[in-house]
Design a protein around this ligand. Structure first.
Ligand code: 5MM
Length: 341
């Protein structure tokens, strides 16, 4: 393990003004996104769409530090024969790869899942590293509801995350550790805070037990936010304060950076929350974004599968990437958002 290399890559992933583009939707998830814009989910359409993003020079060069790819994407070539992974590199961003195989039902824990994919992971990491991936991602999904999450589900997921992270570091691949407490449900902000704290404490205990070097990883958590159907939605400042409070209780300062997921927040909410946390300041880690939906919803809608819309879709992507880049430094304003709109 080359700790300097891991730490350098992790620091580059969370550098000021930039964040991570999560473009690692599995075929099922990208189908849902394409269905919403009336595009058939074929390998060529997925390739064209991702090529559109990776050739968006302004966004990729200026605001995107790294891009998470899916297994199919890291093997695909663009229309001119250039591997898509090379497009990411040429734009100055670091290629990464989703390596988990998805959340599967956890025995004896109704309604809960455990993320699978550890079998054969060492060999898959070797291959992905040869294809250009310098970081990886594994997402654990924690649902909040009556009587859940269970201790069983949280510890099973935390253990798998730590085993994955150790295997990555063994091969000089930076692990993004993503324990996502879902926004689905009617729970309030405090319940999300309690569950997120329990999950993060458990994850960091498991990371320690599996000998993961904290300086060579990036954490990708949810923000502390009320459930989507909660009768009381918290203000931007409440979300920022509670999220920072929970993170400070759980995340050692040796971790170089935290790159949030957006989890179903609107584009502007995800930006405003990140910005508010960076304005509060004083955090021992860099705080940035690793958004999927909150970066891609606008370009997907603008594109809608039509070649004539590529330029306008790239502008939409560039705008969201710039807004989030500013938020990663606490320099975003609503006025900037509206001026462009
Ligand atoms: C890009 O979305 C990823 C989806 O993966 P699956 O297809 O396996 O569900 C997801 O892991 C994503 O990287 C994070 O959840 C962040 O995305 P959001 O949309 O929550 O910002």
């Amino acid at each position: 393990m080359d700790l300097d290399q891991l730490a350098r890559t992790a620091a580059a992933m969370v550098q000021p003004g930039k964040g991570i583009l999560a473009a690692d939707e599995s075929s099922g998830t990208i189908k849902k996104r394409f269905d919403a814009i009336g595009v058939e989910a074929t390998p060529d359409n997925r390739r064209d769409y991702r090529e559109l993003l990776f050739r968006a020079t302004d966004a990729m060069k200026n605001y995107i530090s790294g891009t998470i790819l899916y297994d199919e994407t890291i093997r695909q070539t663009a229309s001119d024969g250039t591997p898509l992974v090379k497009l990411v590199e040429q734009a100055g961003a670091i290629p990464g790869i989703k390596v988990d195989l998805g959340a599967k039902p956890l025995p004896f824990c109704p309604g809960e899942t455990v993320t699978e994919g550890l079998d054969g992971l060492r060999e898959r990491l070797t291959e992905y590293s040869g294809l250009g991936a310098r970081f990886a991602k594994w997402r654990a999904v924690i649902d909040v509801g009556e009587g859940i999450p269970s201790w069983t589900a949280v510890t099973a997921n935390a253990h798998a995350l730590a085993r994955y992270a150790a295997l990555c570091q063994e091969q000089d691949v930076v692990p993004i550790v993503e324990p996502e407490v879902l926004m689905d449900g009617a729970h309030d902000l405090d319940r999300c805070a309690t569950v997120t704290e329990f999950v993060l404490k458990t994850v960091f205990r498991e990371l320690y037990e599996q000998r993961v070097v904290l300086e060579g990883m990036v954490l990708k958590p949810n923000m502390v936010i009320a459930g989507k159907t909660s009768s009381r939605q918290a203000s931007v400042d409440e979300v920022a304060e509670k999220t920072l409070m929970v993170l400070k209780r759980c995340v050692p300062s040796a971790v170089p950076g935290i790159a949030f997921l957006s989890g179903g927040q609107s584009d502007e909410e995800a930006t405003a929350h990140l910005d508010a946390m960076n304005r509060i300041g004083g955090a021992p880690w860099r705080l940035t974004f690793s958004y999927g939906r909150a970066l891609q919803a606008a370009p997907q809608k603008a594109w809608s599968g039509k070649p004539d819309n590529v330029a306008v879709a790239r502008r939409a992507f560039s705008h969201r990437a710039r807004m989030n880049g500013l938020a990663s430094m606490g320099q975003w304003t609503k006025e900037l958002e509206e001026r462009v709109a």
